[in-house]
Design a protein around this ligand. Structure first.
Ligand code: DX5
Ligand code: ZN
Length: 217
């Protein structure tokens, strides 16, 4: 890990047109995106159902951008090998979703991916403190997971700040409700890795909006 990780923008495909995902990847690449954020939902851990490893495998053939898979599923240990084989670069699992978190994080690394741990809004940062030396990033959810287009919950920024104070070298990803008009506040809290879905994909010119995010960062 390095001091002050480079800032990254990870557009979330959740708000893209699922019938044209390849084009969505290309538009954000042209705009200068660093990662592609892939929201994996199982209809159980969260009340929505989205993308599986088959889609990730196809995306990996279409894009050179690293695929950042955010698993919002129960028993993620059953799916981690499938997403790793499909071409995920980073796999993030929720601390609330698994019993053997340390084992799972190590399994992600053994599969050649970087690993992250995610926290729901009401989950305290103390729950991930023991694994901070094991993970490459901590994902702080700033909405309740399941859907794009929600409003950022302000108290989640306090958790970003606390994590940055605890580990200045840590990559802290924020996910949910990030827009161009609150991006400065989000960055000031210390977030280094920005996920944005609707704010990018629900605009007329996706590449230009991606570029505007990058410039503001
Ligand atoms: C929500 C997902 C997010 C979502 C963010 O459960 O984890 O990645 O796509 O969407 P916006 O940026 O629209 O809040
Ligand atoms: Zn996400």
């Amino acid at each position: 890990m390095t001091q002050n990780p480079a800032k990254k923008l990870a557009p979330s495909l959740l708000s893209a047109d699922f019938a044209a995902l390849g084009d969505a990847c290309e538009q954000v690449r042209l705009g200068g995106a660093d990662w592609l954020h892939v929201d994996v939902m199982d209809g159980d851990f969260v009340p929505n159902l989205t993308i599986g490893p088959c889609v990730v495998r196809s995306l990996a053939k279409k894009t050179t951008l690293p695929l950042d898979c955010h698993l919002m599923v129960r028993r993620p240990e059953l799916l981690v090998p499938l997403f790793a084989d499909a071409g995920a670069s980073n796999i993030t699992v929720h601390v609330e979703s698994t019993v053997h978190l340390d084992r799972l994080l190590n399994q992600i690394r053994e599969r050649g991916c970087t690993c992250g741990v995610a926290l729901n809004p009401a989950t305290p940062i103390e729950s991930v403190r023991p694994v901070l030396d094991v993970v490459d990033l901590v994902l702080v959810m700033s909405v309740n997971p399941g859907f794009g287009g929600q409003k950022l919950i302000p108290y989640c920024l306090d958790k970003v700040r606390a994590l940055r104070d605890l580990r200045p070298e840590l990559d802290v990803q924020i996910d949910g409700g990030v827009k161009l008009d609150n991006l400065r506040r989000v960055l000031d809290s210390g977030a280094t890795n920005i996920v944005a879905g609707s704010a990018i994909f629900e605009t007329a010119d996706v590449a230009a909006t991606t570029k505007a995010f990058k410039q503001a960062m």
